[in-house]
Design a protein around this ligand. Structure first.
Ligand SMILES: Nc1ncnc2c1ncn2[C@@H]1O[C@H](COP(=O)(O)OP(=O)(O)OP(=O)(O)O)[C@@H](O)[C@H]1O
Length: 394
């Protein structure tokens, strides 16, 4: 099979180009390190110990980081590159796990992978790569980065739409992006596994990693409750019309758009519309009330060529994704006195505060990421029909 690398777009011969390969011990980053080595780059492998002995998570039963570190070390030995394991546990706990817990407790549905990429991997590890004299940091993310001919690189969706990780990387800064390389962006996972076998890597058949690395079996509420005992308060499940329909064990167990697991017997299907952590309330209502047309963002990261200050008054035609699993939808990007505003071309259901709204040039398969931000909770008055108790809350 031909190598997907071609060149890393660095104007130096491979032998003079030092690249740090971020090695998780999984198939993807092992293939990246091995390909770079085969191409003749000066490769240094680095593995971050993120949560192995972290007390909070350890108590919740996470166990496999040690095996991953061992696998990364074995691959580095086999391909003949220096390899370092760094203890980033406390950084990961502060920057990722703590924020994850706080966001859930505030009634949001966070995405820790965005935070991990933005901080631990691309701020801290990239800083280390610079200290090691590297020209680039390469990872096994499925995303394309391309030289734009402007002196900067752009971020694009991966060729393998099912694996595309651009949604999780929107918060990468331009400065970070210019130093990052994603050699697997133009191939699919089956090709990566075939390359792993061709390169003789022992981990060629290793299963894919789980969704959130520090949450065993998807039981995120257990992790949070162990990390912050007593912080999650039980409360009422309230219908939009003001009726109290039941009780819950904490808003962190719910997400906007959720229908299953509410434990309510009602004549019509009910969906979670809103989580009010201050009042410990889960607000539910009919599907018609789920549709959202306007989204506001916080912590916006912008990667477009046009400055946000220069957005035309009539706005910009874009496409957005409001969940990692959703296809891009047509929208208009506007700016007003309250900041950025996304106007969706049609109703979108299950828009959850805390998730990312990622902005693309268009809805096509190789669209460029223009930026994104964290979805803010809309004002209560924006729920339609207006809740019977709206006047009682700001
Ligand atoms: N603990 C870690 N140490 C160093 N790099 C890491 C670590 N975890 C992830 N990475 C880097 O981030 C990339 C994407 O991470 P993600 O968790 O999405 O892994 P993945 O898709 O399972 O890939 P892999 O097969 O390489 O584990 C990895 O390919 C790797 O380059």
């Amino acid at each position: 099979m031909t190598t997907p690398l071609n060149s890393l777009d660095i104007a130096k011969p491979p032998a003079a180009t030092r690249v740090v390969a971020a090695m998780s011990g999984g198939v993807d980053s092992s293939v990246v390190a091995a390909l770079l080595k085969r191409e003749g780059y000066d490769v240094i492998g680095v593995t971050l110990q993120l949560y192995d002995h972290g007390a909070a998570v350890h108590r919740a039963g996470a166990c496999c980081a040690g095996q991953d570190i061992h696998d990364a070390r074995r691959v580095a030995e086999a391909i003949g590159i220096p390899h370092y394991v760094l203890d980033y546990e406390s950084r990961f706990r502060d920057a990722v796990i703590e924020r994850f817990a706080e966001s859930y407790l505030a009634g949001e549905t966070p995405i820790p992978c965005v935070e991990c990429n933005r901080t631990v991997k691309f701020r801290d590890l990239l800083g280390l790569a610079r200290e090691l004299g590297a020209d680039a940091l390469a990872t096994g993310h499925y995303v394309v980065s391309r030289d734009l001919g402007t002196g900067h690189r752009g971020l694009f969706r991966a060729a393998d739409a099912a694996r595309d990780q651009s949604y999780f990387l929107y918060a990468t800064t331009q400065e970070q992006l210019d130093l990052l390389r994603f050699p697997l962006g133009s191939i699919d996972k089956a090709q990566t596994r075939a390359l792993a076998a061709e390169l003789g890597l022992g981990i060629a058949d290793k299963p894919d990693s789980q969704d959130i690395c520090f949450v065993p079996n998807g039981r995120y509420a257990d992790v949070i409750e162990k990390l912050k005992p007593g912080a999650s308060r039980p409360g009422e499940i309230v219908h939009l019309d003001g009726r109290v329909l039941g009780r819950h064990d904490g808003v962190l167990r719910y997400t906007v758009g959720q229908r299953k697991g509410l434990g309510l017997s009602a004549a019509e299907p009910l969906y979670v519309l809103r989580l009010d952590a201050d009042l410990a309330r889960v607000i539910v209502g009919p599907r018609e009330a789920l549709g959202v047309r306007e989204i506001r963002l916080r912590d916006v990261n912008w990667l477009g060529d046009l400055s946000l200050d220069a957005l035309p008054v009539e706005g910009l035609d874009v496409a957005v994704r409001v969940r990692s699993t959703r296809a891009p939808r047509e929208a208009r990007l506007m700016r007003d006195e309250d900041g950025l505003k996304i106007e969706l071309a049609s109703d979108e259901e299950g828009v959850s505060p805390g998730q990312a709204c990622v902005i693309y040039t268009d809805a096509g398969p190789d669209a460029r990421v223009l930026g994104g931000g964290t979805i803010l909770r809309p004002p209560l008055a924006m729920l339609t029909p207006a809740p019977a108790f709206a006047h009682a809350q700001p």
